[in-house]
Design a protein around this ligand. Structure first.
Ligand code: AMP
Ligand code: ZN
Length: 114
């Protein structure tokens, strides 16, 4: 999707601070971090919102979560804790319409979220 910011990051057309990438998943630092660790994990496949998932995407979403857990562990946050979040559409505050999993860690995170 040429006009999509995260498709362009996935393609290397827009720079991002890479954390991890493979054939299906890219992880990079959030440009406006809300915690000492705040990264975004995206599928290379363009999927606008969680509402657009198909049964074939289930493994891909699992891969995003698995990779988030690996990154949290590598960065030393597995035991202390961390949060993963998908925002979907306006009421959740989704601003980029290519699904992305937020991984936040390194400070005490409030609950419920705002
Ligand atoms: P959301 O509100 O869930 O759609 O989250 C979008 C996230 O993308 C926000 O946390 C932004 O700070 C982040 N973001 C926007 N543009 C960029 C960019 N060019 N590189 C990295 N993160 C970005
Ligand atoms: Zn996209």
């Amino acid at each position: 999707m040429p006009s999509c910011l995260f498709c362009r990051i996935s393609a290397g057309e827009i720079p991002a601070k890479a954390i991890y990438q493979d054939a299906d998943v890219v992880a990079f630092e959030d440009i406006n971090p809300q915690a000492p660790l705040h990264c975004l994990l995206i599928p290379r496949k363009h999927i606008a919102t969680l509402n657009d998932l198909t049964p074939d995407d289930a493994a891909l979403v699992g891969a995003l979560h698995y990779r988030a857990a690996q990154i949290a562990r590598e960065r030393g946050y597995a035991d202390g804790g961390y949060r993963t979040v998908f925002n979907c559409n306006a009421d959740a505050g989704q601003t980029v319409f290519h699904i992305h999993l937020h991984l936040l860690a390194g400070r005490r995170l409030g609950w419920p979220p705002g």
